[in-house]
Design a protein around this ligand. Structure first.
Ligand code: TYD
Ligand code: MG
Length: 458
């Protein structure tokens, strides 16, 4: 009998070596090489590569009009927004997220809405029993005809039933529980995940079935299983949020059919996920006026303006290396902002611990947050509150200048809509007719911004 060969597969990038290595030679990650039985060489070749077109020769691109309805709404507008207008027929969407964040809940709710619109939906669960799924569906009020449930983990058996049932939409929860019998390594391993996803993708393209795959995320935030999964699918979405907070954000990191800058915002309630259509009012409750170290900042998430509250705390320290703690924003940028404040505005943070965070559990990576961070930190250090009724935005350069940011008009309108009396923003020539009864305070340097806020440096 032939001896079964082992290979070592990197759980991050999917590359293989024949000997164990402490560091993946391909992606350079440490401690990711895991032993697996080598797949029989016949597997991948025997597996059918999907035919993407019925043409046998090249054709002009111009004539290739998409026929019929391409975007199919999922019935959850926040979900559709992230997908770029709805799910695309025959596309494969991967939804990643930490366990317990609400992936199964979101998809069950989406299944319900799609089934209600007359689409045949097949939900394959490899994690929960029929009774469990049914119990959840009853609680969420998502029991409906046209929604079929199949609890199975063998991919070939699943594909067989897909061929029989011919659904419009297939949901697989989760890809890590599936397996192909020909590969002897356990489900969730790199080769199993890759092979299962390949077969499902081939089926999606061949039979024009919209497929949603759930993928678990490891502790460090990457999708368990190989990166190759991300190349394979059309759209990669991440469902994020703080475990102990009800807020959830759906983000796309790859989308062949839409922009990746849109986010969907949900709130987890006892009756499932609820959409949040006016997020500014959720993140900013305007209770902290008159308190030092707080600044309301207008950021953009995609095309959507969002008002958040940056909070800072500067306290004396006895530690030889003072603490610099940032939550909800980039630590590197925060350190730069501190350095600029110190050098350009003469506010020193030596012998001080500095904590800064975005209230509400959101992560903001936009440069327009800079000015708000600087003002919140300076306000806490000097123990003086910012003027009441002001909101700010602007990028701070290393030279201490305030740089203009994108979509200034949209931001100003949102600040006005939310009832603020003034906006402190980068100097700009033309604000047109925006200024009726509302104060626009343009600043070109950080020092000027501090002065306008009345933050007096001693
Ligand atoms: P779930 O969708 O099972 O998460 P995932 O599939 O990503 O692992 O969500 C589980 C969490 O959501 C659980 O901690 C409880 C919470 N939850 C609610 O708060 N309300 C609800 O109506 C439901 C269904 C879940
Ligand atoms: Mg789940």
């Amino acid at each position: 009998m032939m001896k079964e060969k082992s290979v070592f597969v990197c759980s991050r990038c999917g590359s293989t070596t024949i000997k164990w290595m402490g560091r993946c030679p391909e992606c350079g990650e440490f401690g990711t090489m895991q032993e697996e039985r080598a797949a029989p060489s016949s597997i991948s070749s025997q597996h059918r590569i999907p035919r993407l077109s019925t043409h046998t020769h090249p054709v002009p691109l111009m004539g290739q009009e998409a026929t019929g309805e391409v975007y199919c709404p999922t019935g959850i507008p926040e979900f559709d927004r992230v997908l770029g207008g709805g799910s695309v027929k025959g596309s494969v969407v991967l939804i990643g997220g930490e366990p317990g964040i609400g992936k199964s809940t979101l998809l069950l709710q989406a299944c319900y809405h799609m089934a209600r619109q007359g689409q045949k939906v097949l939900l394959v669960s490899g994690e929960e029993s029929p009774a469990q799924v049914q119990m959840r569906a009853r609680r969420l009020g998502t029991l409906t005809e046209n929604l079929l449930l199949y609890c199975e983990t063998d991919v070939e058996v699943i594909l067989e039933s897909v061929r029989k049932v011919l659904p419009h939409v297939l949901v697989v929860d989760s890809i890590q529980t599936l397996f192909v019998p020909e590969i002897s390594s356990p489900p969730g391993g790199v080769s199993q995940v890759r092979e299962c996803a390949l077969r499902l993708q081939a089926m999606a393209k061949e039979m024009n079935i919209t497929t949603f795959l759930v993928g678990h995320v490891t502790k460090d935030g990457s999708l368990a299983g190989p990166r190759v999964l991300e190349h394979l699918v059309d759209t990669v979405l991440y469902f994020e949020g703080e475990r102990y907070d009800s807020l959830r954000v759906l983000r796309s990191t790859k989308n062949r059919f839409g922009s990746v800058s849109e986010v969907g915002i949900f709130e987890m309630s006892d009756s499932g996920l609820r959409e949040v259509s006016d997020p500014s009012t959720l993140f900013f409750r305007n209770r902290s006026q008159g308190i030092s170290g707080v600044s309301p900042v207008l950021t953009m998430e995609g095309k959507r303006p969002l008002l958040v509250e940056v909070q800072a705390l500067v306290t004396p320290t006895n530690l030889p290396v003072p603490k610099r703690v940032a939550s909800g924003l980039d630590r590197q940028r925060f350190n730069l902002d501190l350095a600029v404040l110190e050098k350009r505005a003469g506010i020193s943070f030596s012998e001080k611990d500095v904590f800064v965070g975005v209230a509400g559990g959101l992560y903001i990576s936009e440069p327009a947050l800079d000015l708000g961070v600087c003002l919140a930190v300076a306000s806490s250090k000097l123990d003086q509150a910012l003027p009441a009724g002001w909101a700010v935005f602007g990028e701070v350069s290393l030279a201490g200048e305030i740089r203009p940011v994108s979509q200034m008009e949209t931001r100003i309108r949102e600040i006005k809509r939310l009832g603020f009396s003034a906006a402190l923003l980068p100097e700009h020539d033309d604000f047109g007719s925006l200024e009726d009864g509302f104060q626009l305070i343009g600043v070109s340097t950080l020092v000027e911004a501090l002065d306008k806020c009345g933050l007096r440096r001693r």
